[in-house]
Design a protein around this ligand. Structure first.
Ligand SMILES: Cc1ncc(COP(=O)(O)O)c(C=O)c1O
Length: 453
């Protein structure tokens, strides 16, 4: 790009564009980093720099950049029918085929057979909450409307999804809906109950039991959980956590919603995060990896019994009172079909497992004994390096800690994007990352940490 054009673009950005998670005043001074291209795990900046996308955009560019076959599938769909609403009984072939594809990728014994596509993850969770409340009302419990979620959770930013999000910074200037109730999280490194993994009795699940007793089970519609908490810092629950949690939910007739927005479609080395724990959610929400970000799309998969209850027990003549203009969008569904074809053909789920583990091992070996590293953990292509002060763990402040941000900025100077998430440096490269590329990522991260010893 010609330098003068770039300067004009940057001025226009400063004047007119608001950027998520940016400080407006700083942005007006610094201006944007303009991305102009991408191929595989690399992106190209307007100044000609090539940078490794070590966070897959926002945990979502699973197949990597520059996949022309997705562009072709989208163009083809647009030529046929770009869009038509899914309201009433209208449908399109790409939405029907995608629903079937996703149903078959989900573990079949979960019976998550009923799909509704949305525009992204936040509205997928909004849809999940609405369906959960409809289910409870249809079976005669309209007062069951509260939603439980966990500390450090991120479920999106719209009103209900944003209220289920329990990261304090998001609520500093925006109140939480009181129908959303917070429980403990399975954050083993910083266990709220001071348990060590060897003597863990799942006090975090006991906390959910106590919250249910305090609030009254007959006021609660559902509980929402991320299989691996992403934005909260890549927090991985212990082996028996979901088994016990789902027993508690079943016992109290509370629906369990799995937010697979990050973990769905291969990121953790299984098609869905639920598979690692053999968990059985009643509703699963997804987004991001379904299209690898080539077009916006999310959705929910609803268990047979939930769907059938709404179908058979709603007041006679009352239709399913939910509808987004872009539900089941045919062009976004065509992008998803082409994307999933690549994931399957190239074996990217297995690659995420193998290369993710390799990268984690490389980082563990290279950062072993580093005074600022408290923990290195991960599942597939979700990896966290949790930082500490040499004197010990800092308390979770719910706001960015300076050190991980410093590491992220050093990595960027060395042409690698990683993300500072509170106390952690987080990595989530595309699922197509090769072992050789993982070596380069590890090298840059270790180098960035080593200037601190
Ligand atoms: C687990 C989880 N749920 C929901 C969302 C919201 O998705 P979207 O940004 O597409 O609305 C996100 C976004 O990062 C997420 O990580």
């Amino acid at each position: 790009m010609v330098q003068r054009d770039l300067e004009t673009l940057c001025d226009l950005d400063r004047a007119h564009l608001m950027h998520p998670i940016s400080e407006f005043r700083k942005h007006e001074v610094k201006g944007p980093r303009v991305v102009v291209g991408g191929e595989g795990i690399w992106i190209e900046m307007a100044d000609g720099r090539r940078v490794i996308d070590g966070f897959s955009g926002l945990f979502n560019i699973n197949v990597g950049h520059g996949r022309h076959e997705i562009a072709e599938a989208v163009a083809q769909q647009m030529r046929e029918v770009a869009y038509y609403p899914a309201f009433w009984d209208f449908s399109t072939e790409s939405a029907i085929r995608l629903a079937e594809r996703v149903v078959n990728l989900l573990p079949r014994d979960r019976r998550l057979n009923h799909l509704l596509f949305t525009s992204g993850g936040s509205d997928a969770n909004e849809a999940a909450f609405r369906v959960a409340r409809m289910y409870q009302a249809a079976r005669g419990h309209p007062q069951r409307c509260k939603i439980l979620s966990r500390r450090h959770a991120f479920h999106g930013i719209t009103r209900a999804a944003g209220s289920a999000t329990r990261i304090p910074a998001y609520h500093a200037l925006a109140s939480v809906d009181p129908a959303h109730i917070e429980c403990a999280a399975p954050y083993c490194l910083r266990c709220e109950f001071d348990a060590k993994p060897a003597d863990c009795e799942l006090s975090c699940v006991q906390d959910v039991v106590e919250v249910i007793e305090r609030e009254g089970a007959d006021t609660i519609a559902a509980m929402i959980v991320e299989p691996v908490m992403g934005t909260g810092g890549i927090i991985i629950p212990p082996a028996h956590y979901f088994g016990r949690l789902q027993e508690v939910c079943r016992e109290h007739e509370i629906l369990l919603i799995f937010d697979e927005v990050i973990t769905g479609f291969g990121r953790t080395g299984c098609w869905f995060g639920m598979e690692h724990w053999d968990a059985r959610p009643d509703i699963a929400a997804f987004a991001k990896g379904i299209t690898s970000g080539y077009l916006p799309l999310g959705g929910i998969a609803v268990a047979d019994f939930v769907y059938q209850t709404i179908r058979d027990q709603s007041p006679p003549g009352l239709p399913f009172m939910f509808g987004l203009t872009y539900n089941n969008h045919p062009t976004a569904c065509a992008a998803a079909l082409a994307n999933l074809e690549i994931v399957e053909r190239e074996g990217l789920v297995a690659n995420a497992r193998v290369v993710g583990e390799y990268l984690r091992e490389r980082l563990s070996a290279g950062l072993d004994g580093h005074p600022y590293v408290a923990d290195i953990r991960g599942l597939g292509m979700m990896i966290a390096i949790e930082c500490s002060e040499p004197g010990g763990l800092l308390p979770v402040a719910g706001r960015p800690m300076a050190f991980p941000a410093k590491i992220a900025s050093r990595c960027y100077q060395r042409d690698l994007i990683v993300r500072a998430l509170w106390e952690t440096v987080a990595l989530a490269p595309p699922l197509c990352t090769t072992q050789c590329e993982a070596d380069r990522i590890a090298e840059v991260v270790i180098e960035a940490f080593s200037s601190e010893v």
